[in-house]
Design a protein around this ligand. Sequence first.
Ligand code: NI
Length: 219
Amino acid sequence: MTEPNKPKAPAAMPAGLRLFVIAGVMVVVAGIGAIAALLTTDRPIGAAREGQSSGTPLVGGAFTLVDQDGKTRTQADFAGKLMLIYFGYTFCPDVCPTGLQRLAEGLDALSDADRVQVSPVFVTIDPARDTPAVLKEYVAQFHPDLIGLTGTADQVSVAAKAYRVYYRKSDQTKDQKDYLMDHSSIIFLMGKDGTYKAHFTHESKPEEIAAGVRRALQG
Ligand code: NI
């Protein structure tokens, strides 16, 4: 029996079209999510590259790691001092040693009164090989004040994300035991309250690093 006079539901959409619309909305939402992810990843790095003139980059934050003596260290342990923090790995053939050398020379260019107000910190992005014992031997080669930090893969990942540090096993050496790591090479200068102050690279002159520290201590 037909019902020719029954009104059609005006909002009813054919099932196929409805699916199509839902899929379309999902694509748009996913797209917005991807763009937002790109922006949050790129902005601090871009800002850091441009230096202090571009405002305060979103660098720094909470971490829980272990130092070269096996003692647990969090960001709270470094409050009240400036921090020069650099991420790398002890097996690094040239970039990390250069960066740590510049950092150490920058520290030595400071007066004693200024230097005691700075914690120099090296965080490994290769915790599988960089145990506290390995770090202890390594950091001592650069500066007596240098603190080496390691942890579980997850703990290191959290710290690196906070500082927008990129790292991964190098494609060329992935299958080898003596693998290399690709990683960003930035020395961050953090304020006594844990906020970003300035940054340097492994190519910065020690005097630039010292000058940045002096500026941060004054302001
Ligand atoms: Ni390196």
